[in-house]
Design a protein around this ligand. Structure first.
Ligand code: TXA
Ligand code: MG
Length: 360
């Protein structure tokens, strides 16, 4: 995908906003982030306020990429393992977040009081331009940034999504929304907890478990009860306002007729539509490869969610490592509405790890 060339004037304006302690919606290759100076406590506090996110949910610190990406780990983290270095050398800059033991310079507010910090070096040229210029002008500061949406809502993959959900001041909540077009990857980064051995997968993404295993030479483990919490691991997260139901392809047609008079918006692969009577207010074709689907997922869900439908019916994507991130986001989007959708608890998302056991 062609990325837009960096608008240096916009980057300079954004750096000035960040240095004053303001909030900038920053394009990354995964989703748009809501960025603030990670070393300015008041600025970081305003991220939580703008999102309506509880302050004990930790943020990812975004770093400028250097020739030695592993070197940056030592600045923000400590006791960095060889496995962490290997992952970072293989996947940075890119859609991988590593959780490591924090160094003393990381604010408590960024980590939610935990002993670890999440670090990511995004590959998007606008994000890198912003991070590099900001680091130069602030003496090496980095940017704390969650996804630029209200807590629990769908993530934004265009500037228009951020405008619609958070808006720009004075009427909205963000000081400056940068617009670099749609995000290439489209779902949030893969998060690996490298503070334990062996590392554990906290959030699946488009860097797959197979790719992580290939670099590490051994399997990454799933998150467990002792893993730190990830707010994206709440069963219901990344959710549209309209109830969303997942259905197997071979039950799609039947389920649509069961829903009868309800206004339904549907998302299914093209093959499914051939044998289905069109009882819907909006229909969108689900791409049949995981990369294309991830790239479009949130834009499709935003569109279906504003179609006036009473219910969203989405065909469950295929199994397999490359689909794990997508399946995770769709299950979470459906989770808040399972009762209404009449599906059984067994079909719901796996409870990754309870919140009660996080490290303080
Ligand atoms: O792709 C992404 O990761 C995007 C872009 C903007 O970089 N960011 C993103 O941030 O998805 P957010 O805050 O929406 O999700 C980050 C997740 C949260 O679920 C948070 O709980 C988890 O990372 N996290 C942050 N610090 C952590 C830590 N120290 N230990 C475990 N999980 C952590
Ligand atoms: Mg988020």
């Amino acid at each position: 995908m062609n990325l837009p060339t960096v608008d240096q004037a916009a980057i300079d304006q954004a750096v000035a906003v960040l240095r004053r302690g303001g909030l900038v919606a920053m394009p990354t290759e995964t989703v748009y982030g809501l960025a603030a100076d990670a070393c300015n406590e008041t600025a970081v506090r305003s991220i939580f306020a703008a999102k309506g996110r509880p302050t004990d949910h930790p943020l990812i610190v975004h770093l400028a990429c250097t020739d030695d990406p592993a070197g940056a780990l030592e600045h923000w983290g400590q006791h960095i393992s060889d496995a962490t270095r290997a992952l970072v050398r293989a996947f940075w800059p890119g859609p991988l977040t590593v959780v490591v033991e924090r160094s003393a310079r990381v604010l408590d507010l960024v980590t939610g009081g935990q002993s670890t910090v999440a670090l990511r070096c995004p590959s998007h040229p606008w994000a890198q331009a912003l991070l590099t210029r900001f680091a130069e002008q602030s003496g090496g500061h980095a940017l704390a940034a969650p996804s630029a949406n209200r807590f629990g809502a769908l993530s934004p993959t265009t500037a228009a999504h951020v405008w619609a959900d958070l808006g720009q001041k004075p009427s909205g909540r963000v000081d400056l929304i940068l617009d670099a077009g749609p995000c290439a990857v489209g779902i949030e980064s893969t998060i690996v907890d490298c503070s334990c051995d062996p590392p554990r997968l906290l959030r699946p993404g488009m860097i797959t478990e197979d790719q992580l295993t290939a670099v590490l030479g051994r399997a990454v483990l799933p998150a467990d009860a002792h893993s730190p919490r990830v707010s994206g691991a709440l069963p219901a997260h990344y959710a549209p306002h309209t109830p969303l139901e997942l259905v197997d392809a071979d039950r799609f047609s039947q389920r649509l007729s069961e829903l009868g008079a309800q206004r339904v918006a549907v998302l299914a692969p093209s093959s499914v539509y051939l044998s289905t009577a069109p009882h819907w207010v909006m229909a969108r074709v689900a791409p049949d490869n995981a990369e294309a689907y991830a790239h479009q997922l949130y834009a499709l869900l935003h569109e279906l969610d504003t179609s006036g439908a009473q219910r969203l019916l989405v065909v469950r994507p295929p199994q397999g490592a490359s689909w794990a991130g997508l399946m995770d986001r769709l299950q979470r989007a459906a989770a808040g509405h399972q009762k209404a959708a009449g599906t059984s608890a067994a079909e719901g998302p796996p409870a990754l790890h309870p919140y009660a056991n996080h490290k303080k």
